[in-house]
Design a protein around this ligand. Structure first.
Ligand code: RFL
Ligand code: PHB
Length: 393
């Protein structure tokens, strides 16, 4: 079995790359360890930057998103029980973010890939890269329920395999530099069958810790509260979660949060991580395989798609014109923008959470940052530009 580009991982990075390669007439095979049903139902990110909406439209996979997404003109920041509307659209010449869940994006990408008859093999095990520093790299894998290992011979191989996948580990340790920050807090996230309580996302800084009010559909809402990352979800009864959400999102007027049955809940740790380089020989890594951000800036999925855009352009230059300059520049091109996403996610996280060891000084810094956003148009514009998605070089 031979393909031009062999990809491990059917997340946003792998599936966007596959779609972009299809459009450029370059063949690819995507190998994914989970089932299609699992990929299409795992709850993760919710916010698409302005240019990702445009990209989906250009790729012809935006129809359902345009119908079902919520387009938001801004976000609400809350501190000292008061709300401030950051008018992202006004501050960025009319750009809007879309609240459209990651798994819905993946459904649209998988449907398009099936229609194009490009191969995606779900449920594979033991996927492994070989010969990545040669001109004939390959991936071995086992299909679900099959006895023998198969070999996929490729011109290039891609690790779009998330933070725990095998891709990054193929870059020799002696060449790899990893930057990491682990936060002292995590997020407890819920899905609830309830109507929307507020027309846009609320990011709240509160004495008990951060809270985020987001949405999924008119009758399903997504909410998060800062918690101990080592805590057991079994310690969080629905009543306790609602009590904390009420307390952290409460305002000094008569607004109130509408409750509903909680049908999904879980705790995730928060980390910032960057791996350098993002390439070794004919292996390229993209998305969470190469970098992780805490979700406070809503950047993770968007950074993953950005890597795929850079990589698809570079592979096209190589296959069409035998020009490897863009492939050679892949790490630098991606990381220049990635570090700005890392900075924004870290900044939003630091401004909005209570970290272990933080005292009165850190809290006053947070209040000063928030008040600057409220009173300085230049500061507010900077937040809006980062939230909507920075331009590509
Ligand atoms: P993914 O999505 O992890 O996909 C990697 C895929 O590779 C597969 N895989 C393997 N397949 C075969 N063999 C192996 N050995 C394999 N190892 C791994 C996996 O099964 C998987 O399907 O990585 P990708 O494509 O880089 O995409 C990254 C995004 O998923 C991630 O950054 C975002 O979800 C982060 N994120 C958010 N990003 C945003 O832009 N906006 C948000 O609002 C946002 N909110 C969030 C988030 C992530 C969250 N969690 C759960 C961490 C909110 C949360 C709660
Ligand atoms: C979400 O809806 O899951 C979401 C929204 C904004 C974020 C993070 C997560 O910053």
């Amino acid at each position: 079995m031979h393909t031009q580009v062999g990809i491990i991982g059917a997340g946003p990075a792998g599936l966007f790359l596959g779609q972009l390669l299809d459009r450029a007439g370059i063949s690819s095979v995507i190998l994914e360890s989970r089932s299609r049903e699992a990929v299409e139902s795992t709850i993760r990110a919710g916010v698409l930057e302005h240019w990702v909406v445009e990209l989906m439209t250009e790729l012809g996979i935006g129809e359902r998103m345009h119908r079902e997404a919520h387009f938001h003109d801004g976000i609400t920041l809350q501190w000292e029980q008061q709300r401030y509307h950051l008018d992202v659209t006004e501050l960025t010449d009319g750009k809007r973010v879309a609240v459209y869940p990651q798994h819905e994006v993946l459904k649209d990408l998988i449907a398009a890939r099936l229609a194009d008859q490009s191969e995606t093999i779900f449920g594979v095990s033991e996927a492994a890269f070989h010969g990545v520093d040669t001109e004939t790299p390959s991936i071995t894998f086992r299909r679900e329920g099959m006895g023998e290992l198969e070999t996929l011979r490729c011109d290039y191989v891609i690790g779009a395999d998330g933070f725990h996948g095998p891709g990054r580990q193929m870059i020799p340790k002696s060449l790899r530099r990893e930057y990491q920050k682990i936060y002292s807090f995590g997020w407890l996230g819920i899905l609830t069958q309830a109507p929307q309580s507020w027309p846009e996302l609320i990011y709240a800084n509160q004495a008990q810790g951060f809270a985020l009010l987001s949405t999924r559909s008119p009758d399903v809402q997504r909410m998060y509260i800062q918690c101990d990352p080592a805590d057991d979800i079994a310690n969080w009864s629905d009543a306790r979660i609602w009590e904390q959400l009420h307390e952290r999102l409460e305002t000094d007027d008569d607004w109130s949060l509408t409750e509903g049955p909680i049908f999904q809940k879980g705790i995730i740790p928060l980390r910032s991580f960057v791996c350098e380089p993002m390439q070794y020989g004919r292996l390229f890594i993209a998305g969470d395989a190469a970098h992780i951000v805490p979700p406070t800036g809503a950047k993770g999925l968007n950074l993953a798609v950005a890597d795929s855009v850079v990589l698809a352009r570079a592979l096209e230059a190589q296959f069409r014109h035998n020009n490897h300059a863009l492939l050679d520049a892949y790490t630098n091109t991606c990381l220049r923008r990635v570090w700005k996403g890392e900075r924004f996610a870290w900044f939003m996280t630091t401004m909005l959470h209570r970290a272990d060891g933080d005292g009165d000084f850190e809290q006053r810094m947070q209040m000063a940052d928030l008040d600057l956003i409220r009173t300085s148009r230049a500061t507010a514009t900077s937040i809006a530009e980062n939230y909507i998605g920075l331009p590509f070089d």
